[in-house]
Design a protein around this ligand. Structure first.
Ligand code: GDP
Ligand code: ZN
Length: 384
């Protein structure tokens, strides 16, 4: 027997409405430098992946009528949470998750069947970083009953759907090195776009400061500071910048990104020596396959805050950013775009282009325009 019922389904990605806040322009025009005041850096974020759904009528058989809406899977069901504990998902292995309760205890949790039914392929029911409610059973086991709505997810495209790598991420640390491997600004710009798109606060960390003369890089700090991004020069070897890094990591949940060999593991090991993350060999920069971390895992720092460092994040793509959308993520272009002659100006070959005019007057940095070109033309960036 079957009957009709309302179900909530995810929009295909090309039907998603843009939910990003447009505070970037304001921030840029206001000359505000991020990070100087963590409170003013607080941003409005999209509700995230789980909110992008629509309601459709679907044939269902009688047995599966218990599933609710994906916005709040429990909304249509009475769930008694009085015997449940709240916790955070640290790791996911298939349908089993390692959950840490408020008191720090860890539980292996399965997922309530009705939640499983909401997943298309079982991958996204519970994601690392999810805040959940679970019913403990026995010493260290439990069943996840409810997943809180997500925000600030870091995602990647997976079979034309959005796959959540880590949920509830507050900030993205974009880690690069001054040298070994060489500094690649287009790569930083690309990560910045991913962060802005994911509505996650980006912070740029430039490591291996001990290998260069910092004075030669003042313009890089100036460039990103002008755009409103905090830049932290660091050295895992000399200890430069580690105090600021520790402070930043103490705030909420931070995802680390950046190519292999820039020193992500080394930095985390200096921030918290007990973490004992594996540090790669110098010779492995060029080997794409070097991944000491094989699955996403949330690490709780002793000083507070969570970090997550995964291969998925290291390479996470600009999924769903079309070339013509790029201009909005280059926030310094925005003031000029309305003055281009053609409303669909790509700022590449058109005449009377206000962006190119600004470039020729040095009001836009050459390297940012070059990044824009590379990304627009979908040219590979070495080191990705
Ligand atoms: P990851 O792949 O980003 O996690 O990078 P690793 O932490 O594995 O570091 C890669 C290599 O860079 C290792 O040989 C580290 O010893 C070295 N390294 C990391 N941080 C620094 C630094 O601040 N200065 C110098 N000179 N070398 C560093
Ligand atoms: Zn133009």
């Amino acid at each position: 027997m079957s009957k009709k019922k309302k179900v909530r389904v995810a929009f295909r990605k090309n039907r998603q409405t843009r939910t990003r806040s447009n505070d970037l322009t304001r921030r840029f025009e206001g000359g505000e430098v991020r990070g100087a005041d963590p409170v003013s850096a607080e941003r409005v974020r999209a509700k995230g992946a789980l909110s992008r759904h629509r309601t459709v009528m679907q044939e269902v058989d009688d047995q599966s009528t218990e599933s609710g809406s994906a916005d709040d899977p429990m909304a249509s069901m009475a769930v008694d949470l009085s015997e449940c504990l709240s916790g955070r998902v640290l790791r996911v292995h298939g349908l089993e998750s390692v959950v840490q309760a408020e008191d720090g205890r860890r539980y292996r949790c399965g997922v309530r069947r009705v939640l499983k039914n909401l997943a298309i392929d079982g991958r996204n029911v519970v994601a690392v970083g999810d805040r959940i409610w679970f019913r403990p059973s026995g010493e260290d086991q439990g069943v996840i009953e409810k997943v809180e709505p997500r925000f600030g997810s870091v995602t990647r495209g997976y079979r034309h759907r959005e796959h959540v790598i880590v949920a509830n991420v507050d900030q993205l640390l974009i880690v690069s090195a001054f040298a070994e491997p060489e500094l690649k600004l287009p790569l930083i710009d690309r990560y910045l776009i991913s962060a802005e798109k994911g509505e996650v606060q980006p912070i740029i960390v430039l490591n291996k400061a001990d290998l260069v003369d910092l004075a030669a890089y003042q313009w890089v700090f100036g460039l990103y500071a002008q755009l409103g991004y905090e830049v932290i020069p660091c050295s895992a070897s000399s200890g430069l910048g580690i105090d600021r890094l520790r402070e930043v990591l103490g705030q909420g949940t931070t995802a680390l990104s950046g190519q292999s060999g820039v020193g992500k593991s080394s930095l985390l090991n200096v921030v918290q020596p007990g973490l004992n993350l594996k540090v790669g060999e110098v010779s492995s920069w060029t080997r794409k396959g070097k991944h000491t971390t094989t699955y996403a895992e949330l690490l709780r720092l002793e000083q507070g805050g969570y970090v997550v460092d995964t291969p998925g994040l290291r390479q996470f793509e600009l999924w769903d950013v079309e070339p013509w959308e790029l201009e909005q993520y280059f926030i310094e272009f925005r003031a000029y775009i309305p003055h281009c002659k053609f409303p669909d100006c790509s700022h590449i070959h058109e005449s009377d282009c206000a962006v190119k005019d600004a470039l020729s007057r040095d009001q836009i940095f050459d390297c940012r325009y070059e990044s824009y070109l590379k990304l627009y033309l979908q040219q590979p960036i070495e080191g990705e």
